[in-house]
Design a protein around this ligand. Sequence first.
Ligand code: NDP
Ligand code: HSE
Length: 444
Amino acid sequence: MIEYRNLRVAILGGGSVGAQVASLLIQHGDELAARAGAGLEVVGVAVRNLDAERSADIPKHLLTTDVESLILGADIVVELIGGIEPARTWILQALNSGADVITANKALLATHGPELFELAGQVGAQLYYEAAVGGAIPIIRPLRDSLAGDRVKRILGIVNGTTNYILDRMDTRGDSLDEALAAATALGYAEADPTADIEGFDAAQKAAILASLAFHTTVPLDLVYREGMSSITLDQVVAARKAGYVVKLLAICERLTDQNGVDGVSVRVHPALIPRDHPLAAVHGANNAVFVEAEAAGSLMFYGAGAGGVQTASAVLGDIVSAARRHVAGGPGVAESTHSDLPVLPISSVTTRYQITLTVVDQPGVLAGIASLFAEHGVSVEAVTQSVGTVSIRDGHDDAKPTATLVIVTHEATESSLALTVGALTDSPVVSSLVSVLRVEGLH
Ligand code: NDP
Ligand code: HSE
């Protein structure tokens, strides 16, 4: 039997993910030691409540509330507490004490990543975070290592399982948003307070992490444009289906050159229409997928379980094995690459396509008038679909008028031109109501 050097692994957090990591590490210790070239001894699992039920077996004697002693005695510290503090302080302590650190904490990385990576670089330690985006899906290593020789142009990601589950139910079962959210909550996908999921905060954190890696540039969370999906209605989802699209909450990270010739990156999270034959349209339920467009590699898609205790534990365990291998091989950790230092451009610089749905007074010349509003603001119309026959009473008066519903899809236009067009449509006396404005992605 091979005698391996022993590495002490401290796990901070024994919740959904932490309990599974501890249990699997103990269960598969011999096999993982053979892969890592070092024994991986769980020296403790830090929790708040020693008597709470755990979702996986953890020997009672490993549970502790003495976090600082646990950190100081470890070679590898695995942070699975979540949130900013005390996770940040404990990771800094672990790095300062010479340990490698593994975290799944997207909220912390998106807000304090540069501070943590800088310290890791200074002390020669490694900070791994495969589980922070896409749960079980390998996406951090592919971006950092496999695609290190390529040039990533664009990432389209479904990176929040809860919202994908909700939108998928609306699309496939005709649920309202509230019904689908209740189902997501009952299945344990949505948090007790689902705001971070529904309003796109969780996806924005993940987008900041993906963009920083893909474009070798630090992307601060507050420069990520974010719109949630709480205003998406079943009517919009049904209309999208009829038009050959599906509504998804997308994280979009892209390199672009703005109207003044400035090269930069744009990072945004919002609901968008994608064609039903796009690979991301086939991502159902609470799954996640990240679609990467790279200059040489072309299009790649990474797909799988974006959450779940045991699924996420798989990514964490991979990081633990990597950290152990580095300990065995020696040498400093690999620093994050931010050499490109590109500016993060505002949403107004983005160019995309739009679908605008409006009801208008159905009389001669209206369509031409609407088309000229688009043209005046530099937005080119690709297609118009009209359905007639509805009758509305405008402004509560009794001047009932026949109306038509127009669905207008544009060619690529800038967000700023589109915003001006929408303003003009809103002010137009022939527009009864602006039903919806959605971006269309994945067509080019
Ligand atoms: P949980 O809320 O299930 O677990 C958190 C754990 O941390 C609990 O065991 C809790 O102790 C412990 N803890 C919290 N605060 C303290 C403290 N001050 N001192 C000691 N222990 C503390 O979280 P998850 O396992 O779901 O998530 C962990 C991390 O993984 C988060 O960063 C999350 O974003 C990330 N992640 C989670 C995924 C998932 O599917 N769950 C998917 C991808 C990433 P106690 O049990 O005693 O309350
Ligand atoms: N709330 C997140 C989601 C968990 O629904 O995807 C995984 O980060």
